[in-house]
Design a protein around this ligand. Structure first.
Ligand SMILES: Nc1ncnc2c1ncn2[C@@H]1O[C@H](COP(=O)(O)OP(=O)(O)OP(=O)(O)O)[C@@H](O)[C@H]1O
Ligand SMILES: [Mg+2]
Length: 273
């Protein structure tokens, strides 16, 4: 809350400057105030198994694609209300958590922008394991104890985004449906520029509809060559075409070969003999 108040205060008192700058410069100015959020930090070794290519292989085709999505999302945010994105998929294992991690890292640009990754897959949490981080109380504990979600947020170094992990996995089939309320997201939304929700798959349907109602749009992850067409159609029906901002195709083969010729530019120029 305090941070939002701070932003509008700056916008108000620097009116003359704002009027004389372009909208891009204005947005950049606002983003400067994102960097100093007072959350404790945890440090991840970012193991290769995390497939966090934006960090571990910044010159790969995959990392480039995440940066492209990042740029498109920022442009969309400048034109319409877009803060809370649901990341889900038709099937388990399509790559939701891997995509969420990469996108959070790309959007945050090493902490330049405040990005919260909210792990809402309370049934099969995986983010802490992927990042080799020791567990701390997360979403399930916050909802069980009705405690302030801000207390469960940590900044993940060196990646720069903020994480609210799922917490202790639950077996209760309708946990999110019965526990998660719009107020939960509202309190987080006043602090962060982006909230990415790493969700369970689109079935069971009731659970995903709760998360859909809390978010502004959905990114649907599908696994190239694996997610059945019927499952994609079914997921699209459940979410509604209007709520789907885009489909992220995970695991497209051969991209790196195409890109390697563009990404060799820091090495010796192959044309120079
Ligand atoms: N493009 C890829 N190429 C190869 N392996 C991948 C790719 N994307 C993800 N994986 C691997 O597939 C497995 C599932 O990925 P991930 O955990 O991101 O999926 P998920 O949709 O979040 O799964 P769940 O439904 O269990 O939450 C992981 O072991 C991950 O490392
Ligand atoms: Mg997952």
């Amino acid at each position: 809350m305090a941070l939002l108040a701070n932003r509008s205060f700056n916008a108000g008192t620097e009116k003359d400057n704002i009027l004389s700058t372009s909208s891009d410069e204005f947005l950049k100015g606002l983003e400067r105030s994102d960097t100093d959020l007072p959350f404790p930090a945890v440090n991840s070794p970012v193991p290769p198994e995390s497939r966090l290519v934006v960090h571990t292989e910044p010159r790969s085709a995959g990392a480039d694609r995440f940066r492209l999505v990042q740029v498109r999302l920022r442009h969309l945010q400048a034109h319409k209300k877009l803060k809370c994105l649901l990341i889900t998929s038709p099937m388990p294992g399509d790559g939701k958590s891997t995509i969420s991690l990469n996108l959070a890292t790309a959007l945050s640009e090493k902490g330049k922008r405040s990005v919260l990754l909210l792990e809402a897959d309370v049934y099969r949490p995986s983010i802490l394991k992927k990042l080799y981080l020791n567990p701390w109380p997360g979403l399930t504990e916050c909802l069980d104890n009705n405690s302030d979600p801000m207390l469960a947020v940590r900044r993940v170094d060196p990646l720069g985004f903020y994480l609210l992990p799922a917490g202790t996995p639950t077996q209760a089939g309708n946990f999110l449906q019965s526990e998660l309320s719009p107020q939960f997201i509202t309190s987080l939304a006043s602090t962060f520029r982006w909230i990415l929700i790493d969700a369970p798959p689109t079935t069971p349907m009731a659970e995903i509809l709760v998360l859909r109602a809390l978010s502004d749009a959905t990114l649907l992850v599908v696994r190239a060559g694996e997610t059945p067409r019927e499952a994609i159609e079914e997921a699209t029906k459940v979410l509604g075409v209007d709520h789907i901002l885009g489909i992220i195709m995970n695991g497209v083969e051969g991209l790196d070969k195409v890109y390697s010729k563009y990404y060799g530019y820091t090495g010796p120029n192959p044309r120079k003999k």
